[in-house]
Ligand binder design. Structure first.
Ligand code: G6P
Length: 367
């Protein structure tokens, strides 16, 4: 069926706005609404018994994999390796007995990801995939598949596929963590509850659209933009930078905030916007000190944080946006939205073809 834009100016904007709905749909598939327990479909192998998890994907799906690495390590104490498919498939990586390989793909057709899957199969790994398109090649060639309920994604720049991948990965990580005896049932329930509140919180975040539109006017003037974060906010910084460069053609880089002093700090001046993602999590104070380092060099900090970060930093930075406080575990789902909206508004101001950016394809089925 032909999919319309429902009155939105672009598919990308429509898809950003669909996120509360499709995150909810994905949660309904994996969390029992009656018991509030995370329940994944039966698989022919036990993921919790994996000796190692190897996550492989491309583009935005790869960044979802990097977020998941933090989750699997902390919640399940499972050793995780994560790589982009085009590198992984040629690395001749040795793979352990009893290993599970996880492939993340919206389309389920990305050639490099598919070839990495075939390599892992030859190496005797159990193959799990997270895909959005059910009748896809990656889904077909996997031993087990978890589907994201994003619905068709038309905009080339991935948005709702990313947040539903994160939703699915969070459900998987807590289940594996509980099965491995790392997190007790209460913590699992608590995370499930935090996840169930995400659709409503995501809708609250979307209500900040106008402020991000205002900010976009400033960012649109920039030649370079830096995104910083720590922990699971580091891949979100990478994703923010990717979104901006994909659709607005402004050079943007994502960096681990702690790595700032090893290079990007040399770029800081009054003109380079530095977008810092600072939820109140275990790394809060560390990221705050990075923000102060940027401010001390007259950097133009644009802060995205919850109340704790706003109270601490808003008078020192150029601009700030307060997001709802949440369990640090679900923060990547909420912080994805402002970086998507910012990239969208900058691209519209620049007059680029938002849904069909130059040189990019929705699904890369060639090398
Ligand atoms: C292309 C798209 C990206 C996407 C990537 C991986 O580069 O433009 O939005 O993240 O491919 O695609 P997949 O379908 O495997 O998730």
């Amino acid at each position: 069926a032909l999919i319309g834009k429902d009155g939105y100016r672009h598919y990308m904007l429509k898809e950003i706005y669909e996120q509360p709905q499709v995150i909810g749909d994905t949660l309904n598939a994996y969390i029992n609404p009656e018991t509030g327990r995370v329940t994944l479909p039966e698989t022919s192998f036990d993921i919790a018994k994996a000796t190692k998890l190897t996550i492989v994907a491309c583009g935005t799906a790869y960044y979802a994999g990097v977020v998941a690495k933090y989750w699997f390590e902390t919640l399940a104490r499972l050793p995780v390796e994560v790589d982009i498919a085009s590198e992984f498939r040629y690395r001749e990586a040795p793979m352990p007995e009893g290993g599970v390989a996880l492939f993340i793909s919206q389309s389920g057709e990305t050639l490099d990801t598919l070839e990495a899957l075939r390599y892992c199969k030859r190496q005797g790994q159990k193959i799990l995939s997270i895909v959005n398109v059910p009748e896809s090649t990656i889904a077909r060639e996997s031993d087990a598949v978890l589907y994201t309920m994003a619905g068709p994604e038309i905009g080339v720049a991935s948005t709702k596929a990313f947040t539903t991948q994160l939703t699915t990965l969070a459900c998987l990580a807590v289940t594996v963590g509980h099965a491995r005896g790392v997190i007790p049932a209460e913590r699992m329930q608590q995370i499930a509850q935090a996840l169930r509140e995400v659709p409503a919180r995501a809708a609250d975040v979307l209500a900040h659209d106008e402020r991000l539109h205002e900010l976009a006017q400033e960012v649109a003037e920039a030649r370079d933009v830096l995104y910083l974060g720590r922990g699971a906010m580091y891949p979100l910084a990478l994703e923010g930078a990717l979104k901006l460069k994909e659709i607005s053609y402004i050079h943007a880089e994502g960096y681990a905030a702690g790595e700032l002093k090893h290079g990007p700090i040399a770029l800081i001046d009054e003109n380079v916007p530095v977008i810092v993602l600072v939820p109140s999590d275990g790394l809060f104070e560390k990221t705050v000190s990075n923000v102060q380092e940027v401010c001390a060099r007259s950097g133009k900090v644009l802060l995205i944080a919850d109340k704790k970060g706003i109270d601490k930093l808003s008078d020192k930075v150029r601009w700030s946006l307060e997001l709802p406080a949440c369990d640090p575990l679900v923060a990547p789902l909420l912080y994805a939205i402002p970086v998507q909206l910012l990239a969208y508004h900058v691209a519209v101001l620049k007059g680029t073809d938002v849904d069909q950016p130059r040189n990019l394809a929705k699904s890369v089925t060639v090398e």
